[in-house]
Design a binder for this molecule. Sequence first.
Ligand SMILES: Nc1ncnc2c1ncn2[C@@H]1O[C@H](COP(=O)(O)OP(=O)(O)OP(=O)(O)O)[C@@H](O)[C@H]1O
Length: 291
Amino acid sequence: MGLTRRYRGAAAVDQLDLRLVRGEVYGFLGPNGAGKTTTMRMLMGLVRPTAGSIRLFGRPVGPASLSRVSALIEAPAFRRHLSGRRNLQALAHHARVPRERVGKALDAVRLADRADEPVTAFSMGMTQRLGLAAVLLKDPRLLILDEPANGLDPAGIVEMRRLLRRLADEGRTVLLSSHLMGEVEQICDRVGIIRRGEMVMESTVAQLRSGGALHVLAEPQESARRLLAGRVGSAAVRQDGERLLIATGPYRAAELNELLIESGHAVAELSWCEPDLEQMFLRLTEDHDDP
Ligand SMILES: Nc1ncnc2c1ncn2[C@@H]1O[C@H](COP(=O)(O)OP(=O)(O)OP(=O)(O)O)[C@@H](O)[C@H]1O
């Protein structure tokens, strides 16, 4: 709560409030330099907040609460001449985790069949998956992943999405950062958008998606506007140039079309438009101060 971190007087993270719900995948979204990594490092106790407080599972950040948290914040440093499996075994030994977890973690990221090759032979995506396997060794309740989709090809991204969903369905909580709305929208239950260290919007993905509209081009325009406002409520009707944007679900298209035609209007267009979440993200994170 009120989490703040300053570097030489400038706030990298500014009065941030972030609450995670058990079993959710939360997307922490922001452009480069917005403060995502700094926030994650504070959650892991790697960076000390300048102000504000953090509680993990109801406790302050410390060895007890952190024992249930696993993070992938920077590119994982593996010993590249050793195999993927040997690397994980070394990490498991270091973290005092039973050795059997190595096989389970490799299975979870579908790397078991290549795990005995040296990491030098791994593609970037495989190394990323090995990083995720390392995160799973501890059997964490909270996973903190900084840009986990970086370097993955489209198939790898789909696979990671499934894996994260499965982990959340098992009751684990996942906090992941990204600078791509498209990615977050597909993986996450909730999204928080951060700009210059401040949270500018937080919402469920379902709510964001419901922000689409029916686009109507009908003549005569003013009469069509009044008629539609009478049916769906004037707050749901907005003029956008020649078009009317009706904030309602696509399922009402047929009903509104019939209403317009039966009352003698000419309908040139009536179509459902999904909300442009990428545009919304860009608008929210635009740097107004830049020339
Ligand atoms: N150790 C540090 N010393 C000084 N400034 C820092 C330090 N770490 C981060 N910053 C500054 O804090 C701000 C936020 O950086 P941060 O890495 O948290 O952003 P980010 O959202 O993770 O960005 P990216 O998507 O590029 O990783 C940036 O302006 C950065 O220059």
